[in-house]
Ligand binder design. Structure first.
Ligand code: FUB
Length: 339
């Protein structure tokens, strides 16, 4: 009997926990939720998906978003407040099109909203806007962050008060066009046997509006210290960087894009290297998978999206569920499902 119980316990621990959750809001479409706790309240900085009429293409042209709404709630499962338009693309002087996944940070008694958008020559850059309140409205700087490129900024505050921005995304996110921080519009997708494109990190300067140093590649490696090749597309980086710290270790999580996993890798420094550990969130309904991980009142949560409300890949809805770290620091994977 004892071994049967042990077998059952083991197989439960090894299998991803399945759960059903409901969209956090259903009056607008939302995606790419970056969650933070400010002043004891949960603030979510999501993309605001719309039906813009732009045709679907391989570069994600159908993700043609034009503003951001910030959401907040005082408890998981509590009422969600939509604070209205926090930043509109028409108020970003350098912006061309496609406001993609944002993030936010608090420093210098101000709130900073970081956002990727294509500039007027159709190259993704990362911008910053400021506000006195976490929910905005935010005022954008006149230029993108110098030296920034590609998409999906995620800003992590370390315990010593330093901030780091993680970013990048391949395919429509254009990261494959950047080598040694130089742009090549014809930069090809890597061949299957080549080393996969690596995510990027830059330390933020004290002004929170510029990089303090060079943009660096982040080494994402397997248990033997080897970087992944492009054909290892169930593990290699695609987009949606996020970093959280747990028991002194840095957890870098990300989406594998075309294989739709949210994976994580662990390291001892905010610059990596990060060693691959496994999947946090299995594929959801819809093509994209993008998340954030945050601690609130002693529990850890993953915010993510799927397409339960619309059934369309560019009209997503955000959700949240709890995740658990094991005693050895690994994370119990979760599997969302929609009936
Ligand atoms: O929302 C547009 C893009 O879709 C994001 O930047 C990616 O991470 C993917 O979720």
């Amino acid at each position: 009997v004892f071994s049967l119980v042990m077998l059952l316990a083991f197989s439960l621990a090894a299998t991803a926990q399945k759960f059903a959750t409901t969209p956090l809001v259903n009056h607008i479409y939302t995606a790419d939720p970056s969650a933070h706790v400010f002043n004891g309240r949960i603030y979510i900085y999501p993309s605001h998906d719309i039906e813009s009429g732009t045709a679907e293409d391989d570069e994600g042209g159908h993700f043609d978003m034009k503003d951001y709404h910030i959401l907040s709630m005082d408890a998981i499962g509590g009422k969600v407040t939509d604070h209205g338009v926090a930043l509109d693309i028409k108020d970003i002087p350098w912006a061309g099109r496609q406001l993609w996944a944002p993030d936010a940070a608090y420093a210098n008694s101000k709130y900073y909203l970081y956002f990727p958008v294509k500039d007027k020559s159709d190259v993704f850059r990362i911008g910053v806007a400021t506000s006195d309140k976490p929910e905005g409205p935010f005022v954008a700087e006149k230029q993108p962050i110098a030296g920034s490129y590609s998409i999906d900024p995620a800003v992590f505050r370390d315990d010593d008060g330093s901030f780091y921005m993680y970013f990048g995304g391949i395919w429509g996110g254009q990261l494959q066009r950047w080598n040694n921080n130089k742009y090549n519009a014809a930069g090809p997708l890597r061949r299957p046997e080549e080393q996969a494109v690596l995510p990027r990190v830059a330390k933020l300067a004290k002004d929170m509006k510029s990089f303090a140093g060079e943009v660096k590649e982040i080494k994402l490696v397997d248990e033997n210290g080897k970087t992944f090749t492009e054909k290892q597309n169930d593990k290699r980086f695609f987009e949606a960087s996020w970093v959280h710290k747990y028991n002194g270790k840095y957890y870098f999580s990300y989406s594998t894009g075309d294989t739709h996993n949210i994976c994580y890798a662990v390291g001892d420094s905010p610059y990596g290297p990060f060693t691959y550990k496994g999947i946090v969130l299995n594929p959801v309904k819809g093509w994209t998978n993008h998340h954030s991980i945050v601690e609130f009142k002693g529990k850890w949560y993953i915010f993510y999206h799927d397409v339960e409300l619309s059934g369309k890949t560019h009209l997503r809805n955000i959700k949240v569920t709890e995740i658990k770290h094991n005693a050895d620091g690994t994370i119990q994977p979760v599997s969302a499902f929609v009936d």
